[in-house]
Write a protein that binds this ligand. Structure first.
Ligand code: COA
Length: 339
């Protein structure tokens, strides 16, 4: 490993902080497709899943680890930017399903990607993870400490699903990445709103495997290493918290909802997103979704939907892209990007 000076790369003047802009995006989902009809065996059905959740199918990893998914997505983002992995200063990986409890999966990504000059760490904010990760990355860039930061959201929830239960319909596996760099131009991420309320910790949880309930024969027998979810609590929290955060962020940045070109939200369910859009007066045509093909990939959702949007749509300078997430914790928040 080469010695590297860790002093700040950019020294911002008092009135000119760099902005963080997206120069590459990438995504990756495993090949294996599981259609809704698979869940007939647990008492669910295609019509219910499509109508309530907007999901038609999901991708499930077969032996691939979270970091392997993450590396594929990150490499695609590097390719788009025509950047070599050795130019990365930092890797921030959002995941709730790391390869191992220790070390952080960002270490595996750093090594597999060949990011020989990058530091890396994981962020644990479950379905809000990518939003928390990109906000963190932006702080490093805006402070001048780092220039090139890879943000990845990657999850393999298939490892924490009880496949004999009906709530196994909700999730899929996948990863997305966005490559950020510093610019002096008036564009990039212009505002964030992050929130946490730990009183909601049981709304979505994996009860065992941590210090509260270490792994034991009993926790295994009781299936406590799989997620447990209070669906109505998730729904009621999401439809209240996300619109509030959007309102706060728009008023903080002085941007009107009419100026939002599109929203790139976490993908919990179509019903949640329809209600959020209705509450903030955002026309449904401006909401980007892909849960029909991937279901909820937790940390992966926002960067995957960003990658698809970035590659398929034309934006004009000054267009605003709104990112929004809600997840276990509770955690929730928003970010605004000026193209
Ligand atoms: C899960 C959710 C769709 C349930 O909706 P709801 O109407 O509040 O839930 P209920 O428990 O009253 O169930 C409604 C009906 O759906 C049925 N149902 C629940 N889960 C089902 C499933 N997986 N498959 C088929 N039917 C199901 C129930 O049996 C009930 O049927 P009934 O009306 O014949 O009794 C809703 O709460 C939701 O979208 N929550 C958010 C969950 C989420 O997004 N999680 C991922 C992010 S962490």
């Amino acid at each position: 490993m080469a010695w590297r000076d860790s002093s700040p790369i950019i020294v911002p003047s008092l009135n000119q902080m760099p902005n963080a802009v997206i120069i590459g995006t990438g995504s990756y989902a495993p090949e294996h497709i599981v259609p809704n009809t698979y869940f007939d065996r647990v008492g669910s059905n295609d019509a219910w899943i499509q109508e309530r959740l907007g999901i038609k199918e999901r991708r499930i990893a077969q032996g691939e680890t979270t970091s392997e998914l993450a590396v594929q997505a990150a490499q695609r983002a590097l390719d788009m930017a025509e950047m070599d992995a050795s130019e990365l200063d930092l890797i921030v990986l959002a995941t709730a399903t790391p390869d191992r409890p220790a070390p952080a999966s960002a270490c595996m990504v750093q090594e597999k990607l060949g990011a020989s000059n990058a530091a890396g760490f994981d962020i644990a904010a479950v379905c809000s993870g990518a939003l928390f990760a990109l906000t963190t990355a932006c702080q490093y860039i805006e402070s001048g400490f780092y220039r090139n930061v890879m943000v990845i959201g990657a999850d393999t929830f298939s490892n924490i699903i009880d496949w004999d239960r009906r709530d196994s319909v909700f999730f899929g596996d996948g990863a997305g990445a966005l490559l950020l760099t510093a610019t002096e131009e008036d564009r990039g991420f212009i505002g964030f709103d992050l929130n946490t309320d730990g009183s909601g910790r049981d709304g979505f949880t994996v009860p065992a495997g941590g210090s509260e309930r270490p792994a034991s024969e009993e926790t295994l027998a009781q299936g406590l290493h799989c997620f447990q979810m209070d669906g109505p609590a998730v729904y009621n929290t999401a439809i209240k918290a996300v619109p509030e955060s959007i309102g706060k962020l728009l008023s903080k940045t002085g941007v009107s909802i009419d100026d939002v070109a599109c929203m790139l939200p976490h993908q919990p369910s179509i019903k949640i997103l329809e209600e959020v859009a209705r509450r903030v007066n955002l026309p449904w045509e401006k909401v980007r979704t892909n849960m029909d093909r991937y279901a909820n990939t937790s940390g992966g959702t926002i960067p995957i939907v960003l990658d698809e949007t970035w590659r398929s749509e034309e934006f004009q300078p000054g267009d605003h892209l709104l990112f929004a997430a809600v997840g276990a914790g509770w955690t929730w928040g928003t970010a605004l990007y000026k193209y």
